[in-house]
Design a protein. Structure first.
Length: 350
């Protein structure tokens, strides 16, 4: 979707997992992709170029497993995609300075970031939906008492507000497990989560504490590397953290997800744990979310040219091919429907 340089991106409207249709049927995808750009183009890459073409991708650690897996299958001796992660905000910073071709993002781009891009001559911004994630809340396997939390419980754990009326009247900040439920252990809740450059951090703030007019507390371990968060939780019996679902799927022998009850949702059905189905149908509310990759069509000659380059466009087309979508599923995220794929492929410049 094209992003205006003067108005808020419309991706926020599209960026909801509620009411989505069921996942893609492979046969339909093949037909749609073949009709869109020709299926063979996704798997037959040029190999006779006299020089190597490089593509640089940076941004969200949540989206990283997707684009990194695409790169592994896409790369050949003449085309090399490198993928790194510095958080959604950090990635947009590099991308708007023209240092990268594509930017992974676990939230929509902000108008302030669009403005920085525009100032630097980076325009024609396009947003590509690549998958759906369930931002997951994790505890150590040895924590056997905590099975689920309400959104207001999460707010009390993560809020900076110590007043009695915090979190919609649920109560003030808590620091011990038995302050949530008196039957739970009187042990300190040891917190970890993404840093402030992370789109996952931003999304968690927007869905868990901001609705109650409060800020996120600051006294927790922060890391842009989700693997660091996995290790932390796995080694702290009374810890609690949040990060992307793909890192959960890879570490179910070390961690356990908590079911979340969106008790303020009139359509809520009680505690729901993240899973492919609950993320796909939006019942894992409010923590199911879309994931994006951003490119641009215009930049000054001294900056990365992004979607003005065939190799960048071919990399995205590979991501929407049947093999690319299989890789999305293999990372643990939820892939797109055939209709969604056709929409995104149509946005890639010719």
């Amino acid at each position: 979707m094209a992003i205006s340089e003067t108005v808020e991106p419309k991706s926020i409207e599209r960026g909801t997992s509620k009411g989505r249709v069921s996942g893609p049927v492979i046969g339909i995808i093949v037909i749609v992709l073949a009709a869109a750009v020709g299926g063979a183009a996704y798997v037959a890459w040029p190999r006779g170029s006299p020089s190597v073409e490089y593509v640089s991708v940076d941004g969200s650690s949540t989206v990283y497993p997707i684009t990194a897996s695409w790169a592994e299958d896409f790369n050949n001796p003449n085309r090399q995609v490198t993928v790194a992660f510095s958080g959604t905000g950090g990635g947009f910073g590099k991308w708007c300075r023209g240092e990268t071709d594509l930017s992974d993002a676990s939230r929509p781009i902000r108008q302030s970031e669009v403005d920085v891009c525009t100032t630097n001559g980076v325009t024609g911004i396009l947003e590509f939906l690549v998958a759906y994630d369930g931002l997951s809340v994790l505890v150590d396997l040895d924590n056997t008492f905590a099975q689920n939390l309400t959104v207001r419980d999460l707010c009390r754990i993560w809020t900076s507000n110590t007043s009695a009326g915090a979190c919609g009247g649920a109560g003030p900040q808590v620091n011990y497990w038995d302050e949530i439920d008196t039957s739970w252990s009187h042990e300190q809740i040891v917190l970890a989560g993404p840093g402030t450059d992370s789109g996952t951090y931003d999304y968690f703030v927007e869905e868990i504490v901001a609705p109650f007019d409060t800020d996120l507390r600051d006294d927790f371990l922060k890391s842009e590397d989700d693997n660091v968060l996995v290790s932390f939780v796995a080694n702290e019996q009374y810890s609690l953290a949040f990060f992307g679902y793909a890192y959960v799927v890879e570490n179910l022998d070390k961690l356990r997800t908590l079911a979340i009850d969106d008790e303020d949702d009139a359509n809520g059905v009680g505690p729901i744990a993240p899973s492919e189905q609950s993320i796909k149908d939006g019942s894992y509310a409010p923590l199911a979310r879309p994931l994006f990759v951003y490119g641009h069509t215009t930049a000054p000659p001294n900056l990365r040219q992004s979607l003005a380059r065939d190799v960048v466009k071919d990399f995205l087309r590979f991501g929407y091919s049947v093999p690319g979508q299989v890789l999305v599923g293999a990372t643990g995220y939820v892939g797109l429907t055939a209709t969604e794929i056709a929409t995104e492929v149509a946005e890639i410049p010719a």
